[in-house]
Each structure stands twice: as C-alpha cells, then as structure tokens.
Ligand binder design. Structure first.
Ligand code: ARG
Length: 459
C-alpha cells in the first residue's frame, strides 16, 4: 500500500521500516484524544468557513463511527499506517471520501501528536490527583484512630524519641500533599493547546486557536508554535512527579516491610495483600510493599530515558520524540496501580499497639526529656546532656529503661533532680509534651489532621 506521504518517493519502503518506524502498536492508546482533537479542529474549520457544514458533519459522523469501531474491537489495525493519526485519517477517507482528506487542513501531525499526548497527560494527571487524595484520606482515617498509639520515633533506624503512630503516618500525609501540589502545578502550567501550530511555523489559513483550545478544555492556545511542536516538558514533569511520588511510596513501603518483620511486629499485613512461599509453608511475604519499592526503579528510568531523548534535539519535531510515549504510558500505569493497591493495603493492615508500646520501653526514649528537665532548672544544655548520659548508663547497668528508674536512683546521678521528674520521663508524657506546631503531641497532631482535611476540601 502506498504511504500517505509517498508523493515524492519512487521506491517501496523496506519491510523492516514499518516495524521500526511505526508507533501505531502503542499510540493507538491515544485514539480518543486524537478523535476529540480532530472533531474540535473540524468544527472550527467549519466556523471559519474553511470547510463547509456538510463536510464538517460528515467528518464528525465518520470520526464517531471510527471511535465505535475501535471500542467494539472492529477497527482494522494496519501497521503500515504508521501511527494512530494516519490510521484514523485513512479510515475516515474510506468512510466519507474526499471530505476526509480535508480534515488535515491547517494542521500537521506535529501539532496533532503534541495535542493528543498533552490531552492524555492532562487526563491522567487528574486521575492521579484523585487517587492521591484518596490515599491521603485513608492516611487521615487511620491517623485519627492512633493519636495515642505510642511508637519509637527513629533516626538512623535507632530508637530516638516517642511519637504517635498518627504522627508518623501524617509525615506521609504531608509528602503526598506535596505530590498533589506538584501535579496540580504542572497541570496548570501546561494547560494550553498546541493545536493549529501545524508543522512548526503556524498556518496561513484563518484558523481560530482560541476556539479549539476552549473546546478541548484548555486555558488557551500555546504561545509559540515552534516551541509547541518541540516541547515535551508536560510529559517530563509528569514523569518527574510520578518518580517523586513513587520515591515517597517506596519509603512508606520500606517501613511497612520493616514493621511487618518478626523483629518489629508493629503491623500485620492482611492476607489479601501478602503472598506465601513455594517451599516454606509458614511464610507470609510482604510482596506488595516490596514491589511498590521495586517499581520505583522503572519510574526513575522512564524519567531518565525521556530527559535523554530530549537532550540536544534541534527545533522543531524530530522523530526521536516518538520515544516519548511508551515511557509515559509505563509510568502512568505504574503510578496508578501502585496507588490503587497501597490504599486497601493500608486500610486492611492490623496495627499492633502493644508491640509498638513495648518497643518504646527500649532505648531510653525519654532521655531528651531528662536533659530538657535539667535545662529548665538552669543547667546548661551540654552539661544536662552529659548528666543524662550518666543516668542512661546507670539504667543500662540495672537492666532498666530510663523511664523506669526510681527517684533515688535518678538523684544519685544529680541532686538537682526533683520528685517532679518522673512524670516527665513517662513515655506518653514525653510524646505529648511536644505541643509546638508540627509536633507529636495530641493537640499538635489534631491540628495537623484538621489542616490536611481543610486542604483536601479546597484542592
Ligand atoms: N508518530 C509520531 C510520533 O509519535 C507522530 C508525529 C509524526 N510527525 C512527523 N513529522 N513524522 O511522534
């Protein structure tokens, strides 16, 4: 079959060319965006008197029929058509004849693909935002149950200070909030239509780019046609935003894995989201969080791949840019399924409060509180730190936690320690003493929950 662009060619193309050159096997995913863009373009051409109304109607009906054929699995895909744009245009011409050949007036595949892909990225961004919001809601509902579930807060994965499980979860709430904000900001930055930019320089036809932009849900047309057909920043930002979101998910996944070990036992992952071993009958493996952690790798790889494709490309469209789609499709699919499985995984996990509470009693977690107590009595902090170190050594030698030392034992380390110290060394008291904004005390955590809830309503 002769190619649509074969006018100036005299030899047949190599059979390998189709396989190497065609994007149809993967860009057929963009059929709905391509059809929506073409309908908006045809309507505008009609309004501007470039096509007559009969032609516009035939085009619209033809495109709608093609959409049905694709969705009902009746469309005849031919790799020789090269890409989704030409596959649809060829079928349109088969269906409606010469009017089909007029659709491409004042348009090029360069602005067409930029439009289709941007529409896809915008749609997926909206879905990712909705899923992230659902994840934050899930985190909030678990957090509300656990504002007094005490656990060891860690640095260097070593016990540091007592915090609540709610507080720990809300750290992820804050991260995922930033992710939503990043998606929203990219969405707004790129909500402009490249349609009508044609090959690179615009078009001499009297088209109305404002009209098609509005019709397709954009803020307006893009600024410069040469940039618009060359630009893939919208795809790169999506890849970066997904990579960063996956990095956050991987950190939570890592904690879920650690928390579900025999050594920690802080949580139990529901059987619905765990797997067994083919040889060891007793095993229950955290495959889901492991895969969440592992899939982060491909999200980074996809970002790196497209950054590298775009590096040093001269303006305007170059075929290199066809490599933009598969990486984005893969990152979108990875991000979506990761969010979709993380939400029920969190909802169904069991939180083992007793194990967390036991763990808090190991590691002298209220040591900072003893130092702070001494500081309040006029002891310089460095000295208070040293004295507390002595108290910790005493507790160690007695096989106790610092919070379990008697008043006499504490006073043997420093006379300035009074009877009021013990309520300060109580681990719950220590947790609830950190009342300043962003802290782990009950009131501070309640403020964080309220702030996130308010934000969810507004975003
Ligand atoms: N299949 C191409 C892509 O995905 C569409 C744009 C082709 N444009 C061109 N001038 N060859 O990038």
């Amino acid at each position: 079959m002769a190619k649509m662009w074969s006018g100036r060619f005299s030899q047949e193309v190599s059979s390998l060319l189709d396989e190497f050159n065609a994007s149809l096997p993967f860009d057929k995913k963009l059929y709905a965006q391509d059809i929506a863009g073409s309908i908006a373009h045809a309507k505008m051409l009609g309004k501007q008197g470039i096509l007559d109304q009969k032609e516009v109607e035939a085009i619209i009906q033809g495109l709608q029929q093609i959409q049905r054929e694709i969705e009902e699995g009746k469309f005849c895909w031919d790799i020789g058509d090269e890409d989704i744009h030409m596959a649809i245009e060829k079928r349109l011409t088969q269906l409606i004849g010469d009017a089909g050949k007029k659709l491409h007036t004042a348009r090029s595949r360069n602005d067409q693909v930029a439009l289709d892909f941007r529409l896809y990225v915008q749609e997926q961004t909206r879905e990712l935002i909705a899923l992230l919001k659902e994840l934050i809601e899930t985190i909030l509902s678990i957090a509300k149950e656990h504002t007094q579930t005490i656990m060891p807060g860690m640095t260097h994965l070593q016990h540091a200070q007592p915090i609540s499980f709610a507080y720990h979860l809300l750290a992820y709430g804050a991260m995922f909030k930033r992710d939503v904000e990043r998606f929203v900001s990219s969405y707004e930055r790129h909500n402009y239509s490249p349609l009508g930019c044609a090959a690179l320089a615009g078009t001499p036809h009297p088209i109305d780019r404002e009209e098609t932009a509005r019709e397709l849900g954009f803020q307006g047309p893009t600024l410069n046609c040469l940039d618009s057909v060359s630009d893939r920043d919208f795809a790169l930002e999506l890849l970066f935003n997904i990579a960063t979101m996956m990095m956050h998910i991987s950190r939570l996944a890592e904690e879920l894995i650690i928390w579900s070990t025999q050594e920690f036992g802080f949580i139990t992952i529901s059987d619905a989201y765990a797997t067994g071993s083919s040889i060891m009958p007793q095993k229950k493996n955290p495959d889901v969080p492991e895969l969440l952690r592992g899939k982060t790798g491909r999200a980074y790889g996809n970002l790196m791949a497209l950054l590298t494709v775009m590096k040093g490309l001269p303006l305007a469209y170059n075929k290199d840019m066809q490599e933009d789609k598969e990486v984005v499709f893969d990152s979108v699919a990875t991000g979506m399924i990761s969010l979709k499985i993380l939400i029920p995984l969190l909802k169904t996990m069991e939180v083992n409060r007793e194990r967390m509470a036991q763990a808090v009693e190991q590691g002298h977690l209220s040591a900072t509180d003893l130092a702070d107590y001494l500081v309040e009595r006029g002891v310089p902090f460095r000295q208070a730190h040293f004295i507390t170190g002595k108290a910790v050594a005493l507790a160690e030698s007695l096989g106790k936690d610092l919070s379990q030392l008697s008043l006499e034992e504490l006073r043997s380390v420093d006379e300035r320690i009074g009877a009021d110290v013990q309520e300060r060394l109580n681990l719950f008291a220590s947790m609830n003493a950190r009342k300043t904004p962003g802290g782990t005390a009950q009131e501070a955590v309640a403020d964080q929950i309220a702030a996130l809830e308010r934000w969810l309503q507004e975003v």
